[in-house]
Design a protein. Sequence first.
Length: 494
Amino acid sequence: MIPAFTGEQIRAAEAPLLERGEGDRLMAKAAYGLAQHTLRALRERNGRTYGTRVVALIGPGNNGGDALFALAKLAARGVAAHAIQLTQRIHEAGAAELKRAGGVVLEKDSPEAQRAIAAADVIIDAALGTGATGGMSLPEVPRDARVIACDVPSGLHAGTGRVAPETIRADLTVTFGALKSGLVVGRGPEYAGRVEVIDIGLGDHLGAPDLYVVESADVVDALPRLERNANKYSRGVLGLVAGSAQYPGAAILSARAAVNAGVGMLRTIADGLTAELLATEVPESVAHHGALPANLNGSGSRDNGLSRITAWALGPGIGEDKQQQANVESALKTGLPVVADASALPYVTPSSGGSHVVLTPHLGELERMLTAAGLRVSRDDIEADPVRWARWAAVSYNSVVLFKGPSTIVCSPEGFTWVNTNSTPALATAGSGDVLTGLIGALLSAWDTQRPVNDLAKLAAAAAFLHGQVGIDLERRSSFGATALAEHIGSPLV
Ligand SMILES: NC(=O)C1=CN([C@@H]2O[C@H](COP(=O)(O)OP(=O)(O)OC[C@H]3O[C@@H](n4cnc5c(N)ncnc54)[C@H](O)[C@@H]3O)[C@@H](O)[C@H]2O)[C@@H](O)CC1
Ligand SMILES: Nc1ncnc2c1ncn2[C@@H]1O[C@H](COP(=O)(O)OP(=O)(O)O)[C@@H](O)[C@H]1O
């Protein structure tokens, strides 16, 4: 897990060091890291560093200071180093160091500045750092220049990932002290490009992180182990309430994903066309036709095998089907681990959530969930601060909330947050969420309900990582749809 922090948290960690007079040392480390990555970008782009051209956009604060010291180091290596002064005041010691090293400071609107920008191999964006959220006019940057953001792209909110209209897209963000949350959620990944973290020695001063980014090692830890003496029941039996006359395909996708993710047994609850298709397309599934008994925990379920079910996956493709809606309600009453998606989400109420419940809304569904919980929130509000609203949902529904999107945000009701950025826009295809539901369902069917809810949230985040990894792997070969995703969903598990 990679810990990520808000801008406020980073500045709080920095404060005692600044009080001890270590500000210059921190800035020197940041500048060194920025210079090293700029040299690497120059070598990649131009095959050399000597004689190349770097322009830095310099704002009024320490962010500009970092870049001025970095430019000075580049100038000393034979790089033509130009600082564009965007504000009346810039970091004085940094500007002096740059001039001493042979670099140049240019006025923002001067013809020299425009020429320097047009000829730049690399542009360093150091207008604003974590101390600001935009409102500064920035020059246009040429398309063929590499853009490196200093700490954060200027105007990007380091905590939320919200961007100002003028924010420039970077190819690389060199960030200092620790990863910032805003670089991995919201619009952050789109604007930050690749992110490199430079250790500047904040170490012990950093408190508990704002959130964690999931890595492949976390996935290995989170997945259930296959025991030598396993049998199909001990591996877990997933009850899948999915599909309707209108959307039978969603049930097929979820069922296929659950089977390929290694569920011990899949019980599908469906009728009509969905049931017929499941019988041929997913022969591993064991069908239950007709309505579920309203009281599944009562006597009578043993005969039809429903009592063997260890977890539920609810919602893909049930649409307006009344019987399937009633089945969702019956399944929720069992108190078994549940993943609820799509049309099942409205049946989870703020009081019926629980520590074994994973809710998987996309943006529109999250908005509806929050509204149903009595919170006044719009899509725009959620997009401006997705972590905040995913947390509100997790707390309001006392459930794990996995908020799907380009970055998937997973919150436990205890306040911990994990983010998956291991994904590709190729996953934005109809049915992709149904596959995720099947995968989470398969993992949940083997879930030990004695384990803490935070571990359940980690499991859900691991599922998002796997789903993303399969998308990335498939995309390398060709474009793909949800059927291929379901077909390969187990591939990173082996
Ligand atoms: N946090 C750390 O551990 C370290 C931080 N460093 C750098 O320091 C940065 C934070 O420094 P600062 O707090 O000085 O913040 P910034 O460099 O982000 O600048 C904020 C300043 O910009 C002004 N400002 C904001 N919006 C403006 C606008 N639209 N037009 C004109 N001026 C505007 C503010 O009044 C404030 O003075 C970090 O991003 C990082 O680059 C480094 O020096 C190394 C250590
Ligand atoms: N731009 C994107 N980049 C990466 N992943 C995405 C993107 N858009 C959507 N996804 C992922 O694709 C899946 C879509 O799920 P969902 O919205 O429920 O679709 P559906 O209901 O059609 O199955 C989610 O896992 C989501 O995280």
